[in-house]
Design a protein around this ligand. Sequence first.
Ligand code: ADP
Ligand code: MG
Length: 307
Amino acid sequence: MKQRVVLALGGNAILQPGQEGTYDNQKANIDTSSDSIAAILKDGHELVIVHGNGPQVGQILRQNELAQAEVPQQPLPVCSAESQGFIGYMMQQSLKNRLPEKNIATVLTMTEVDGQDPAFKTPTKPIGTFYSEEESLALATSKGWTMGEDAGRGYRRLVPSPKPKAIVEVDTIKTLLANDIVVISTGGGGIPVVKEEEQFRGVAAVIDKDSSALRLSIDVEADVLMILTDVPNVYINYGKSNQEKLTALSLEKAQQYYAEGHFSDGSMGPKMQACIEFASLGKTAIICALTDAVDALAGKAGTRVVG
Ligand code: ADP
Ligand code: MG
């Protein structure tokens, strides 16, 4: 049966840990992801592809910083748009080379956030370059950035991570889907914008990709939200000797495990949160490894939460 699927790709679909981020690195990973995505499309499903962009935006910010004596620096939302553009190009081409008969479009996507979101008061999301303590104090003064220590690795700029309120291009995305066009959208959670007096304006923030994928899944009336990451399943007691693989999970069990703290804050937490909210609408949410996508859609791999 044909289903409308929102596929959220984790960071490893574009860059593996330890890789430099060359064009060839990214192309090889994207080609591997495209093999899985092409298999889903061959089964006749409608697809919106959402991807992460953390390392890529980091590199664009660094380029801006190093070149600032010659080329004006661009604000974070512009860097975010640049990353959506180049990642979209690479995915679009890779998929087209596998499925010449398919039409594929990248939609540069703005995600509206609330200017009053409490996240703006306490920036938490580290982005870009690592600095010494001294450099970080200088940047806090000169640029007004909030700086913070990141897991013993150095100081980084912290930006707010507000909740997604609306996907601005949702009607465009639905129109494309209705015309059998594969859509790549909401990359990196979408370019964060606020609306003031009916006017949109980009803001320095990063929206969690999995939260935006949930918003998008609801708004395009998807049947399935599928989050592809670097683990084949979700586990309870993850990383401990008594860890247990979860396969099919009722909404109640998922909520219970979430409340018991089995899913870490910056990684599995937001993914399970998105799955719980989607499943509570009576729909299906899946978390699995990239290479298990087809089997997971058929109920033969991954962890699924069913409402
Ligand atoms: P992505 O880049 O795909 O968004 P994340 O690194 O944010 O991936 O999240 C995936 C990671 O979540 C896994 O690699 C794993 O280390 C971690 N994780 C935390 N809690 C769990 C859990 N309960 N079950 C499985 N993985 C977990
Ligand atoms: Mg990751």
